[in-house]
Ligand binder design. Structure first.
Ligand code: GLN
Length: 545
């Protein structure tokens, strides 16, 4: 890393978002909404996560929600999904600071002798590493606004070094850095009154850490009354107009509009000397479409991480985007496929579902059930969208039941030591000798060539498309011929570094059945929905008329 001075390049304005009381209050959506309101300024969203994993790529989605994948292949916190979806920008791996990354860097510097003679400590070495990284992002990106979200809560031990680093930076930057603190204001059942005490204690805790919030945002069931705002304002030593409501909303996309109504943009502009011009008209119209549930369509999402909906955050949002595009409301039903034993079984369990999504996933559990689901979809012409693992499942099903390849499977799903008769899905050549787990998959944006005349080509309207990836397995080239001879269309392919032809998109002729080895859900935006999702929802809508 180039050594850069610990001085911020002006005139960047900094907004720091912290959270109190409890995690999961929606700091990511708050940060994304603020960034949206400050358009068209160039804004860079940074997230600090306290955990010791270098990145979330090795964390089970059950623990921490979806692993979001960036253009550059970085596996990052799911809040980056919100940032990108709200602001139409692409983030970089370096914008997600984790304690793991910071410790890793400091310890490897120590081993190289960079701190020679010194006792290496949290203060100053870790703190300096954090500050340097933040300033480096500012230096590289040259944004007008740097937004830094501190994950978890201000009282978490593993966030303490981030808070400390930010506090030091704020001393150096003075009025160029402001703090927005999000805290929970519960409403007691039966009393119908929003309680402000928790917000106060949370601000108190922030004050003890040497940070005075400029803006306090209250997450609550309802909007805050003027009286409640006044109370919080007096306690925190800020103006009542700097206390904002973050009430329960039907859709997260409504939050920028709510903040606009609350006067947050004008306040930020005043505090930071900015003048933003967000284009909220189109946004408002799309929000109205999302809220309109007159035409509701049930769709099944058949995965195994269904216990925590955050595991499929980007897919859920992509479905919302495509629904808004087609002016329908898609109601997602999460289905565990572990105990589905036959296509008949699938038919029964999926009765009433008008479309089926098989999302990404890893490991053997639940895959046989998914294969039954794919067979049911193919045989009954139910709109099918296979995402990464969902493409692999579709290929296995087709190999077994259309190509007659008995025992066809993925080598990923074979029991330890077992031989797969027809490994139609096999490990990518470049992955064969990979044993380390972190950041070693085929990750990030890759370009595919689409075949003209296919439905996938029609949806993208282009022969060259780029989508993000996260996988180790692929359609085995030895089976390309038979799959195509029996009717499967490879609508899109790419060539790996070693010359292997990779199947990136598939479809079945005259059917509403598509799959991709990529994850188009990571690039879907409310204002630019992902083509495959638009196609999938479009198929369902057409089948209903
Ligand atoms: N487990 C499969 C692979 O590694 C699919 C991965 C995914 O769905 N993201 O190729």
């Amino acid at each position: 890393m180039v050594a850069i001075p610990l001085v911020s390049p002006h005139p960047i304005q900094w907004i720091v978002v912290t959270g109190g009381n409890l995690s999961g209050l929606g700091k990511g959506i708050v940060s994304a909404s603020i960034a949206k309101l400050l358009e068209p300024y160039k804004i860079v969203n940074v997230k600090c996560d306290g955990y010791l994993n270098v990145d979330p790529g090795t964390i089970n989605p059950f623990e921490h929600g979806e692993v979001f994948v960036l253009e550059d292949g970085g596996e990052v916190d799911m809040d980056f999904g919100h940032y990108e979806r709200f602001t139409n920008t692409d983030s970089k791996f370096s914008h997600n600071l984790t304690s793991g990354k910071i410790f890793d860097a400091v310890i490897s510097k120590e081993r190289k002798g960079e701190y020679l003679g010194k006792t290496v400590q949290i203060f100053p070495h870790m703190i300096d590493e954090i500050k340097q990284r933040l300033l480096m992002i500012a230096e590289e990106e040259k944004p007008e606004v740097m937004m830094v979200e501190i994950g978890g809560t201000i009282d978490d031990i593993e966030e303490s070094w981030f808070i400390r680093a930010i506090r030091e930076l704020s001393n150096e930057l003075g009025e160029h850095m402001i703090f927005c603190h999000l805290a929970y204001a519960p409403m007691l059942s039966g009393v119908e009154e929003v309680k402000t005490r928790l917000v106060q204690t949370s601000v108190e805790s922030l004050l003890q850490k040497g940070i005075r919030p400029d803006i306090v945002i209250c997450r609550a069931d309802k909007r805050m009354t003027a009286e409640a705002k006044e109370k919080i304002a007096r306690f925190c030593g800020i103006a009542a107009e700097a206390v904002m409501s973050d009430p329960y909303l039907e859709t997260i996309y409504e939050l920028p509009l709510m903040f606009e109504e609350e006067g947050l943009r004008r306040l930020l502009e005043r505090k930071l000397g900015l003048q933003a011009h967000p284009q909220l008209e189109k946004w408002r119209e799309l929000v109205q479409r999302i809220k309109n549930k007159e035409r509701t369509i049930p769709v099944a999402i058949c995965g195994k991480y269904t216990g925590l909906k955050d595991s499929y955050a980007s897919i859920m949002e992509s479905v919302v985007h495509a629904g808004a595009f087609h002016k329908v409301h898609i109601q997602l039903h999460f289905m565990d496929t572990t105990d589905i034993a036959s296509p008949e079984d699938a038919k029964q369990k999926l009765a009433g579902m008008q479309g089926i999504i098989i999302p990404g996933g890893f490991g053997r559990r639940g895959t046989e059930g998914k294969i039954q689901v794919a067979q049911y979809a193919r045989e009954n012409n139910i709109p099918y969208l296979g995402l990464c693992l969902g493409l692999q499942i579709a290929v296995i099903e087709f190999a077994r039941n259309v190509c007659g390849l008995k025992g066809a499977n993925s080598t990923e799903f074979a029991a330890e030591g077992a031989i797969v008769n027809h490994p139609v899905i096999d490990i990518l050549p470049g992955q064969r000798n990979v044993s380390r787990k972190g950041a070693t998959m085929r990750l990030g944006a890759y370009t595919a060539s689409l075949q003209e005349g296919t439905s996938v080509h029609a949806l993208y309207g282009s022969t060259k498309v780029s989508e993000r990836h996260r996988h180790r397995y692929e359609v085995n080239p030895q089976y390309h011929d038979i799959l195509q001879q029996r009717g499967m269309i490879f609508s899109g392919t790419s060539t790996d570094e070693d010359g292997t032809l990779l199947v990136e998109f598939i479809e079945l002729p005259n059917q509403v059945f598509r799959g991709t080895q990529a994850h188009p859900e990571f690039k879907s935006r409310l204002t630019a929905p992902a083509p495959l999702f638009v196609g999938f929802v479009g198929d369902i809508v057409r089948q209903r008329v």
